[in-house]
Ligand binder design. Sequence first.
Ligand code: TXA
Ligand code: MG
Length: 320
Amino acid sequence: MTPDRTQIAAAVQALAAGELVGMPTETVYGLAADATQPDAVRKIFRLKGRPSGHPLIVHLHAAEQLEQWATQIPQSAFDLAQAFWPGPLTVILQRHPQVCDEVTGGHPTIGLRIPAHPVAQALLAAFAQSHSGAVAAPSANRFGRVSPTQAQHLRQEFGDALPCVLDGGPCTVGIESTIVDLTGPAPTILRPGQIGAQEIAVVVGPLGAPRSSTAAPGTLSSHYAVRVPTYAKYSFKELGHLAAQRIGWIGRGPAPDASKHWELELLGDEPGAFAQGLYAALRRLEGKQVEAIYIEALPQSPAWRGVADRVARACAAHRE
Ligand code: TXA
Ligand code: MG
């Protein structure tokens, strides 16, 4: 049920009034606030339980807005915008002096992207007509939890604390945007995603070695988890000794001789489809109260990099 004009108008009103809006994007759902209202942005941190100082991504309506949010913009940013926006790519640039500290966590840089989801585009277009047309939006999950990819995930997580949620259906990408830092000597990937390093290098030339950045909380290993112990890099056969337990299995499929105690999530052999289904599968298995979740070993090819990164994080939370 795509939101109609009335629902979009209500969401614009909520943003203008300094309230939060659950916004679908093609990657994951975001928790959006008017990026020009510090008080509204602070509400994001309160609702998520996210430590302040963690920078947010600002979602824009059009690439022409870049100059209002960033300075010293390198040509590579315009080239990436041309190649991948609207789409699942975030660029890190030097922030414009007018950007409030709440958005950037006080950092001198800012993350910017134009989402491709038609509902996000409709919301940003309508918000641009009367207001800033820019919303700060982290993934709409409580801090440390797996990102939401369906509107019902937001309702389950926030309930009445977030009255305005636009339902844009299941997210098509399913994992968060690729983040490219353009503030150093060479473009560097801070977070892998659907758009791969190779595709980015075609546009901007050779990439710098990945840096560990304290400014990127999404790079904490304990992010993106559910409450059930989660383990990766298994084959179905290896788990035979657990036949009597209630475990969840996330695999590419098909799964041979499934035990009746096991809950199976078979996401397919294609990295895009696996990414799209991963977070919802983790949440479903959590809801079924399995004792543990095992995730099948994934191919090592570049196309699986983003998914493998999120699987590793979902598991890391239970090792710490
Ligand atoms: O796909 C996405 O990017 C989703 C949707 C809603 O757009 N958003 C998202 O936001 O994943 P969040 O807040 O959950 O993750 C944002 C990531 C964090 O890892 C943060 O550190 C990084 O972006 N980030 C934002 N601004 C940054 C900056 N100035 N420098 C370095 N990293 C930054
Ligand atoms: Mg997040």
